[in-house]
Each structure stands twice: as structure tokens, then as C-alpha cells.
Design a binder for this molecule. Structure first.
Ligand code: GLA
Length: 368
């Protein structure tokens, strides 16, 4: 093993399948070109040193110093992974990690999972292991433990699975009921399409109460229906829920899981009109029934569709964050400009624009 190397882990957007992961449902994310990189060197002793270009405070400590409750802030995500890997029996040597990221923080593009995955790949690479499929699955588990146990964010695993298992040119179909995954080819260039990502710059924090309360409502709906998770609910059973809020939350989840299946078929067939219809229905369901959209996300979606997008919807957890739009490549600039103008007209800060090209998952950067 070289004593110095570099790894890279991407952000992600979810094409469809929102708030379905913690309901045992289906998701269909792609990794994006924006990524976290880590320059890695081995140190003597047992103390890791983590520095991030995006953060003021470095973190130093052993894996045990990053146990749940012992560490806060950005280091909980990064060092939390070192703790989770140690718990899983990985003997990681002391590391010096210099992290830097082009994934905007709080934009709903999985800057956290990207950071976690970069640390995870760095750590196991330092043990001399090659990243094969089985090891990738272990890394997903360690990143999920860091996020839920060390950070305390009650997220459902979509983000970590996406950024570790994604492949370039593909979306990743994830089944959270049985844990299986499948690569679904998405050849946008052949279809003359571009996947635009628009960061509304409205803040998004999954440790805030909104995300957790949606999750609790879904669990309560499943309890009242007498099913282990909403994956086993049907449109008919959900319609019988007395409580209006629980009925609308469950209606979203059941419909969204069915839409992922339809979207996979439509993508395989290159049926973009159907993809567009599914994105529109998904967005409306997240806005009206699940209530996690916001005015800025709705504005991006409506504007993109007016200016020629084939499909547009919010992506990720919501409460701000980002939207995606599939547009004919020659319309991409016009759509970006129209969104900027719509934001300026309403006195909103200029949104961020990112490339959504389906990209590779976390990996060692080949040495030059
Ligand atoms: C966030 C969470 C994921 C998932 C999405 C919504 O990104 O981290 O686990 O629940 O929201 O689909």
C-alpha cells in the first residue's frame, strides 16, 4: 500500500422514489459529478487527523473518540465512519485525511454521505483491501451507522447506498425491503438529454424535526394498517385510514413506490414522456400529500417545465434543497436562465446549477 493516495466519493440526486427508503420501498438515484475528495496519508500511532477545506476546525482522535455521543458537527459524519468501521472489525491504521468537496452543503445532494463514503473508502484502502462488491456493501453499512448513530440523523440509507454503489451511466434501483440493488442504464447523451440540478439555496437539514416527523407518521400509518412497513400497504388499504394526515403520507409512499417501478420500465424503453408524467406526479405528491416541497422548489419545477424540460421534480428530502430537470441538451442554457430570472423576479438569491450526469460511485482515484 502506498503511504499517500487519493479517493473520491460523489454526491447524488434521486431520480424518483422519495421518502420510500425508510418505508422498505424502492429508490432510483444516480451519482453526480460533484464529489468529496480525500488526500490520504498514513500516520504513526493511533490518532487520526481529519481536516476539511469546508470547515474551520480539524478533528483529531482515535476511532473510539468518535463513538456516539462523543463527537459533534462535521466530524461526527467523518470520524463517525472510522468508529463504525472499527466496530465492524476493520483494523484501520492512523490516517491523515485532507478533505475537500464540490458538493454544496445543505443542498439535498448528499454532501454528508459523500463525506462519509470518502472516509470509508480511504480507511479500507489504507488496510490494503480492494473495493469489491461485498466490501462496498460493508461500507454502506458503516456510513449508515455513522449517520444514524453518531450524527443522530434518522435517515433511511438511500444516500449512502447511492454514493457507494452507483456506476457511471446508470441509475441504481434499490429495494429497501430485501436490500437488493440493480444497475439501470440511463444513456442521456444518446437521447440528446441533459440532467440539470438546481440548488435553491434554501437550507435543508435532516436533523431538523420535519424529516423525523414524516418518518414517524409513516411508521404510525403502518402500525394502524397492521403491516411491518408501508411497502406492504396497498392504495385500497391506505384509503381506509381515518386520520387525514396519515392517509396522505401513506398515499404518497404507496404511489411513489409504484412510480419507481414504472420509471424503471420507461427508462429502459427510452419513454421520456412517461418519465415526465411520473416526475410531475411525484412532485405533486411530495408537495400536496407528503408536504416536503417549498415555494422555491415548486418555482424551479414549474419554470423548467414551461421552458421545455421533459421532466422536473424536487429531489432528496425536501424542505429546501435541490430540484432536477431532464431537458433536451440544446434547451439547457435557456432553462437555467429562465430559472435564474424567475428567482430574481421574486427577489430570491440566485440558485446554484450543477451537472447531473450519472457518474461513478466512491473509489480510489487512479494515480497519475
Ligand atoms: C434524505 C435522506 C434519505 C431519503 C431522502 C428522501 O436524502 O437522507 O434517506 O429518505 O431524504 O427520499
Amino acid at each position: 500500500m502506498e503511504r499517500t493516495f487519493e479517493v473520491r466519493a460523489p454526491g447524488r440526486v434521486n431520480l424518483i422514489g422519495e421518502h420510500t427508503d425508510y418505508n422498505g420501498g424502492l429508490c432510483l438515484p444516480v451519482a453526480i459529478p460533484a464529489a468529496t475528495t480525500a488526500r490520504v496519508s498514513l500516520r504513526d500511532g493511533a490518532v487520526h487527523r481529519l481536516v476539511s477545506a469546508q470547515q474551520d476546525e480539524p478533528w483529531e482522535g482515535t476511532a473510539q473518540d468518535a463513538a456516539p455521543g462523543a463527537v459533534r458537527g462535521w466530524a461526527a459524519y467523518a470520524a463517525g465512519v472510522l468508529w463504525a468501521l472499527a466496530e465492524a472489525g476493520h483494523d484501520v491504521p492512523a490516517l491523515d485525511l485532507r478533505l475537500d468537496s464540490t458538493v454544496p452543503l445543505g443542498a439535498g445532494l448528499s454532501s454528508s454521505a459523500s463525506l462519509e463514503a470518502a472516509v470509508a473508502v480511504a480507511a479500507v484502502t489504507a488496510t490494503g483491501r480492494q473495493l469489491d462488491d461485498a466490501l462496498r456493501v460493508e461500507l454502506v453499512a458503516a456510513c449508515r451507522r455513522a449517520e444514524t448513530e453518531v450524527v443522530g440523523a434518522p435517515t433511511g440509507g438511500l444516500d449512502q447506498t447511492a454514493v457507494v454503489l452507483a456506476q457511471a451511466g446508470h441509475a441504481l434501483l434499490i429495494d429497501f425491503d430485501d436490500g437488493s440493488t440493480e444497475q439501470v442504464p440511463v444513456d442521456l447523451a444518446a437521447a440528446g438529454l441533459t440532467l440539470l440540478v438546481v440548488d435553491t439555496r434554501v437550507s435543508h437539514d435532516l436533523t431538523d424535526g420535519g424529516y423525523g416527523s414524516r418518518r414517524e407518521e409513516c411508521e404510525e400509518a403502518a402500525r394502524r394498517l397492521g403491516v411491518p412497513s408501508l411497502r406492504s400497504a396497498t392504495p385500497g388499504s391506505v384509503a381506509g385510514l381515518d386520520d387525514d394526515v396519515l392517509r396522505r403520507r401513506a398515499t404518497h409512499v404507496v404511489g411513489e413506490i409504484a412510480r419507481v417501478e414504472e420509471a424503471v420500465d420507461a427508462l429502459r424503453a427510452g419513454d421520456w414522456a412517461t418519465v415526465g408524467r411520473l416526475f410531475t406526479t411525484s412532485h405533486a405528491s411530495l408537495r400536496d400529500d407528503f408536504e416536503v416541497s417549498c415555494a422555491e422548489l415548486d418555482l424551479v419545477v414549474d419554470t423548467a417545465l414551461q421552458v421545455g424540460a421533459l421532466a422536473a421534480r424536487m429531489t432528496g428530502g425536501g424542505f429546501g434543497g435541490s430540484a432536477i430537470a431532464l431537458v433536451p441538451a440544446e434547451r439547457a442554457d435557456a432553462v437555467r436562465r429562465a430559472v435564474d430570472t424567475a428567482f430574481a423576479d421574486r427577489g430570491l438569491a440566485t440558485p446554484g446549477h450543477l451537472d447531473g450526469t450519472p457518474s461513478a460511485g466512491a473509489a480510489l482515484t487512479p494515480s497519475r
